[in-house]
Design a protein around this ligand. Structure first.
Ligand SMILES: C[S@@+](CC[C@H](N)C(=O)[O-])C[C@H]1O[C@@H](n2cnc3c(N)ncnc32)[C@H](O)[C@@H]1O
Length: 217
């Protein structure tokens, strides 16, 4: 899904001048790469550090992640939780549960992260309560649906983040040359640009991260 769209030597430099990857995250990264053909989906060191930094700045009480995969971004995001805070993370693929559980436990976060297995659009409405930070990182065709589903659960001042919003650079191709996912992502980006209830920033890190702050109900 995600190719490198920035010069690899600059990415390597950025990684060298970022706090080193914690050894439990490095082990998760390695095991995911060894066992999964789709390991490109894992956030990785630079993006994981960004998520961790943002979470530490926001100090959320409740985080919702849509798309756990092997747990890398959940572990990064959970580092910034306020005292007594909880992160809920959802993935449709039950085969991923055990590896995520193993590394969440190794990171000492078992009590702070709740894993849900199933379709995110079925699970989100059952969670209840509010989320001060949401990270959307699952099937691209549903990004807009996830945004609408979480909107009432995010308070004014809360954040909705979405990954892969540059979609390998495909978002700037002419419409007829874009694949299905790139079209969905471009439509999602356009929808956010037209939404005056948020302030938003498309950050060109890795495959692009959208950061939206809810400023109006
Ligand atoms: C890009 S990966 C998530 C990567 C992870 N956030 C990380 O940074 O390490 C996307 C995940 O979304 C999950 N997914 C796809 N469709 C889904 C759906 N309808 N509901 C819940 N999860 C879904 C996939 O199984 C996959 O593990």
């Amino acid at each position: 899904m995600t190719k490198v769209i920035f010069p690899t030597n600059l990415v390597a430099y950025a990684e060298q001048y970022t706090t080193p990857e914690h050894k439990s995250l490095a082990a998760l990264n390695r095991e995911t790469n060894m066992k999964r053909a789709d390991s490109i989906m894992l956030s990785g060191h630079l993006q994981g550090s960004l998520l961790q930094m943002l979470s530490n700045m926001i100090k959320p009480q409740r985080i919702l992640e849509v798309g756990t995969y092997t747990g890398y971004s959940a572990i990064c995001l959970a580092q910034g939780l306020a005292d007594g805070g909880v992160l809920h993370t959802i993935d449709i693929d039950e085969e991923l549960y055990d590896i995520a559980d193993k590394y969440i436990t190794a990171a000492g976060l078992r009590e702070k992260i709740v894993q849900h297995t199933g379709k995110a659009l079925d699970i989100i409405p059952t969670l209840g309560g509010q989320f001060d930070m949401v990270f959307i990182d699952a099937d691209k065709g549903n990004y807009a649906n996830y945004y609408h589903a979480v909107w009432p659960m995010v308070p004014v001042g809360g954040y909705i983040l979405a990954d892969n919003v540059l979609y390998d650079g495909e978002v700037i191709l002419p419409h007829e040359q874009q694949g299905k996912n790139a079209k969905a992502i471009h439509a999602f980006n356009t929808m956010l640009r037209e939404d005056d209830r948020i302030e938003h920033l498309l950050l060109p890190v890795r495959d692009g991260i959208m950061i939206a702050r809810k400023v109006k109900p």
